[in-house]
Write a protein that binds this ligand. Structure first.
Ligand SMILES: Nc1ncnc2c1ncn2[C@@H]1O[C@H](COP(=O)(O)OP(=O)(O)OP(=O)(O)O)[C@@H](O)[C@H]1O
Ligand SMILES: [Mg+2]
Length: 129
């Protein structure tokens, strides 16, 4: 499942897709809510800072190792210092600087790849419980 992120209202479609993926995984209510919230923040960043992008959801693995993997990519200017961007309160915009750092705490894995040439890709993973 892939959702295009062009405008602010597209975050709602990303949230819906995230919820659908977690539901089909059989995820607990708490894991579903955490994952959807994290996806919201990452999708919003792709729109605000990345000039738009795309987020896709897949389910990988077997048995109790099954998990949802979301990949959010944009072709924006990239993040200068990823470590810094992941610190609570760091922002170059008008936000609280809690999107990335908060999202990382809500999922089982969050990885950021970024460069000036290819933009930013954030990978989020969550298991069912
Ligand atoms: N997709 C992106 N492309 C370029 N820069 C990004 C991207 N995502 C995040 N950043 C950079 O990382 C910083 C921190 O992001 P984070 O989401 O934590 O905070 P914020 O968006 O500034 O505020 P908040 O999410 O709390 O409203 C941003 O201010 C921005 O400089
Ligand atoms: Mg943000």
């Amino acid at each position: 499942m892939t959702v295009r992120l062009a405008r602010a209202t597209d975050v709602a479609f990303a949230r819906q897709a995230a919820m659908k993926a977690m539901t089909s995984l059989g995820a607990s209510a708490i894991k579903r809510t955490k994952f959807v919230t994290a996806v919201s923040e990452i999708a919003r960043n792709a729109i605000v800072y990345g000039g738009g992008g795309v987020i896709s959801f897949v389910i990988v693995g077997n048995g109790s190792f099954r998990k949802v993997v979301a990949t959010c990519s944009d072709r924006g200017p990239g993040i200068d210092d990823i470590k810094q961007a992941l610190i609570d309160g760091f922002t170059t915009g008008n936000g609280l600087g809690l999107g990335l750092s908060g999202a990382r705490r809500l999922v089982d894995r969050l990885d950021v790849e970024s460069s000036r040439e290819s933009g930013t890709t954030v990978i989020l993973e969550s298991a069912a419980r």
